[in-house]
Design a binder for this molecule. Structure first.
Ligand code: PXP
Length: 247
């Protein structure tokens, strides 16, 4: 059908379990290596300002151990920019971050913060990182992302997934139309299109079937599912569903 669809496995919540006991295990780097064997194309890790899951040492460990690309998720702060410039990961995905939120609740307001973000991403691009902006499926946000020099947008699928599990299927389908339209629009502007947040076996298929989307980043569900199936089979099943959707 279309271009290959990559799977980035987000290993943040392996660190969440470790940190719940302040222990040395389970080790996110070990999870990342298993993910590679299970069919992941990359690893995603979010170094939050409060270090509630991934730590600075985890980023160092991942940079040393991985043969796959690391997608480093971070807020647009000077501290995070310095860390990214020190490690030069393959990719940087800029996300909005509020300390009180449980997870990344919405997309970046690129349109409101365009000048600052343009200046923020320039040195990251110059350092060779592929810069992605995590945004809602909104025309103005897509346009602004392209205008300020992002190479990638990651479309936030959280609202689509929440609407699915709340049984609000008409609204879910309307959000899916927006995601499809903005994937096509973004690609027409020269952006590479990724998607992620909240995806599960129940919700991944329509997103994986969007032809312009070439990478999905999935974490929380997979780490939870690993409790029941093991990490390798949990990832392999997601990979299978993605491949099936793409046929
Ligand atoms: N993509 C981005 C930009 C994210 O911030 C996250 C969560 O850290 C994900 C994907 C993965 O979301 P989930 O853990 O819900 O699969």
């Amino acid at each position: 059908m279309s271009e290959i669809l990559r799977l980035g496995v987000n290993i943040d919540h392996v660190a969440t379990v470790r940190n719940a006991r302040g222990s040395a295990y389970p080790d996110p780097v070990r999870a990342a290596k298993l993910a590679e064997q299970a069919g992941a194309d990359g690893i995603t890790a979010h170094l939050r300002e409060d270090r509630r899951h991934i730590s600075d040492a985890d980023i160092e460990g991942l940079m040393d151990a991985l043969t796959m690309p690391l997608n480093f998720e971070m807020a647009a702060t000077a501290e995070m920019q310095a860390i990214a410039l020190r490690h030069k990961p393959h990719a940087v995905c800029i996300v909005p971050e509020k300390r009180e939120e449980r997870t990344t609740e919405g997309g970046l307001d690129v349109a409101r913060d365009d000048n600052r973000l343009a200046q923020f991403i320039a040195p990251l691009r110059d350092a060779g990182c592929r810069v992605s902006l995590f945004i809602a499926a909104d025309r103005l946000q897509v346009e602004t992302a392209a205008r300020i020099g992002a190479q990638v947008v990651e479309l936030h699928t959280g609202a689509y997934c929440d609407l699915h599990y709340e049984g609000r299927f008409d609204e879910r389908d309307a959000e899916l139309v927006r995601l499809r339209d903005m994937a096509a629009y973004g690609k027409s502007l020269g952006l590479e299109i990724h998607a992620g947040h909240g995806l599960t076996y129940d919700t991944v298929t329509p997103i994986a079937a969007i032809p312009e989307v070439i990478e999905l980043n999935i974490g929380h569900f997979l780490i939870g599912e690993a409790i029941f199936r093991g990490l390798t089979p949990a990832i392999a099943e997601m990979r299978r569903l993605m491949d099936e959707a793409r046929k």
